[in-house]
Design a protein around this ligand. Sequence first.
Ligand code: F0G
Length: 455
Amino acid sequence: MPPFMEPFRIKSVEPIPFPTAGERRDALVAAGWNLFRVPAGAITIDLLTDSGTAAMSAAQWSALMRGDESYAGARSFDRFESVVRDLTGYPEVLPVHQGRAAERIVLGLLLRPGDISVSNTHFDSTRASVEAAGAQAVDLPVPIARGEPAPFGGDIDLDRLRDLLRRSADRVRCVVLTITNNAGGGQPVSVRNVKATRQLCDEHGVLLYLDASRFAENAYLVTEREEGYQGRTPREVARVVFDLADGCWASLKKDGMANIGGLIALRDAGLARRAREQLIAFEGFPTYGGLAGRDLEALAQGLLEVIEPDYLRYRAECARWFGEQLGLAGLPVLQPTGCHAVYVDAGEMLSHIPPHELPATAFGNALYLAGGVRVTELGTLVFGRRDPDGGPDVPAPRELVRFTLPRRVYTLSHLEYVVDVAETVSSKAGRLTGYRIVEQAGALRQFTAVLRPAA
Ligand code: F0G
């Protein structure tokens, strides 16, 4: 028996598709062997992302009807602003349509060509905004020894940060802490790490911002793992972290518990004024920022629900249990698990497939063929680089696959089904073969690439 149950009951349901093995194979062939190109109607369990995929609560659905769709000064904005201020303590609140809009606005205003933005890890859209500003994105994740579980694997490496600030403080404009660190296995950043980062930033006159897309999950994991914060509420811990930064942005498609939305929240009124000018030019009037009034209502309610301890405990327990089960099914699971996903080392599992033949893709495609399960590949297709001389791709550091958990969407029996499918694939791992890239775009090739089986 799993040690928890879902802290909700289901009021509205949606049928899931059960394509046959033949239909799955046809769909994958038609998609150029790329799961991003497979229509959702051909997917049985979709663990591609936790972004924009949450199930809303009855309270959120009813809040939609309260949505004030006034162009300027909508009441729905007031509600959203008040919830965000209460949570973060930041006085300046700007809604945007999703996380990358917030990144483009804030980083576009902060950074000048030649500047450096340092992070525990910039998410790929964050990196794109840094580079679009002509600046350089430097990732300094804390080193994690293989096989050694690190409770705060999301931390920034303070030694390397100190070093970089000493050498090039005049070029470093900001430090961005991504909480939790999505690219780094969904691991939390400790309060101790945020405090030490703040101190280094103060010593060198550098700004500290948070990518707070999974702020509630980060806060919950701190209450579980960090000395001095056990017994504190996730809301209290989240506030301690917000208090240490100059501001934040977030994709509210994650911990906003809704299907669209983002925010910018700042202390600096001057920066907020300039951000509002950008908002008006590219997103919408500052009281709706590219969203409908009803979206703001759903988000205001979602931000209250996401920080509830019962919900967060279930979320963390669910990922832990799912990770354990996948481990028992023979998959090398990265430990400890965080909240939003379970990461599996496909490189270790399929060591007979070289990186340029995309072992993580091979594993993901095998899961789809075996049972209609869709996961994200985070290996050489995503993070590898083309060899300029036409040789095999420069491999990604690791060949990971992410089993991402949409919020409140799948029950334990759905996840048990995924474990069964994973076990079938794991039992024939030695016989899986790789893929070659036939067509690819210059950037973000994973979304559109066409592949073919290597064998
Ligand atoms: N920051 C983080 C940490 C993210 O994980 C994402 C999106 C973004 C920013 C961008 O936000 O999608 O609203 O524009 N992550 C999704 C994922 C896509 O699947 O991990 P967005």
